[in-house]
Design a protein around this ligand. Sequence first.
Ligand code: PMP
Length: 409
Amino acid sequence: MNVNAIREQFPILHQHINEHPLVYLDSAASSQKPRSVIDAMKKYYESDNANVHRGVHTLGSRATDAYEGAREKIRAFLNAKSVQEIIYTRGTTTALNLVAASYARAVCGEGDEIVITPMEHHSNLIPWQQAAKATGAVLKYIPLQADGTITLEDAQRTITDRTKIVSIVHVSNVLGVINPVKEIAAVAHRYGAVMVVDGAQSTPHMKVDVQDLDCDFFAFSGHKMCGPTGIGVLYGKKELLEKMEPIEFGGEMIDFVDLYESTWKELPWKFEGGTPIIAGAVGLGAAIDFLQEVGLDAIEAHEHKLASYAYERLSAIAGTTIYGPGPRERAGLITFNIEDVHPHDVATVLDTKGIAIRAGHHCAQPLMRWLNVSATARASFYVYNTEEDVDRLADALHQTKEFFGHAIG
Ligand code: PMP
């Protein structure tokens, strides 16, 4: 993989921030976009734009082809059986809310169980809290080990024949933990439960095969995988989606409408009420082309190398705590704190040096409480980052520590 050639394709990276060349280490929050994605969306608006599924005119059919063509790219990318299993959403949050609002409310009753973990992003936690409250179901947690991982044995102990839904993050946005979702799906199925996977942090960085994982639902966001904001996907097994009721009603999703009754279109459109995010789908399709051209295996290996190097450099800074498992078992991000320096201060000082990292609770407040911190700093890596970026980060952290050390002392 030629990182310099890849960097050339990302216009935003070639600028100075606070008089330093930009080092972007916040891709877990949102990734940057290659020129091919920006151009695909520009071309769509400049030459093909119209509404989909209705116009008999040429632009209408071009827009429909672009929108549905991107769906086929997503199907192939995930190795789903059918495009009917690919529902466009606004992102991971909307996708998970759809499952919680439609599927969970239909299948859960008093005393049934929904199983998640304490490492979930709020988007894979609050929808289940709400579904549990609405149905009388109980929310149960697979406990975390000291390093933030979960074990299959604990999953087996937590999931019971009252469990209707198991919903787990594939890769944690805080700990970098890669969860054994395939194995947990097998346990869930043994008890007759469905397996939902929050793939927001895995899909951009590793090969995902929904048939191999045998998950029932899988959610992800375009903007974390070189695509635009405002578009994401819910994959669902056809037989489950067919039984589910839509949660948004109106144009686009109907078949026949009468004064008091209506019927819905077939899959996947019954879940896509209103004019869809057409340019977003086009951009996501272009992002998938880009990722496949580079190769997901190469991307994963590159990030693993960077994260291991960052782990080594950051753990050499005295007073630094790195959260989550060791470098061999983690995905391409490092969450950390520097003793006596608030992570917001770390991020602010780094920004003065042109380095963008994230600081805060990372939409995982229960996990912060488990870690016994109110916030952390996080550096996350992607296809366009280099070892030099890691060096800039580590050097700047040394300086930050010295600066605050002197200020405090
Ligand atoms: N789950 C995880 C693990 C995430 O990292 C994120 C984004 N930070 C989300 C869900 C939510 O994604 P979105 O905001 O794109 O809906």
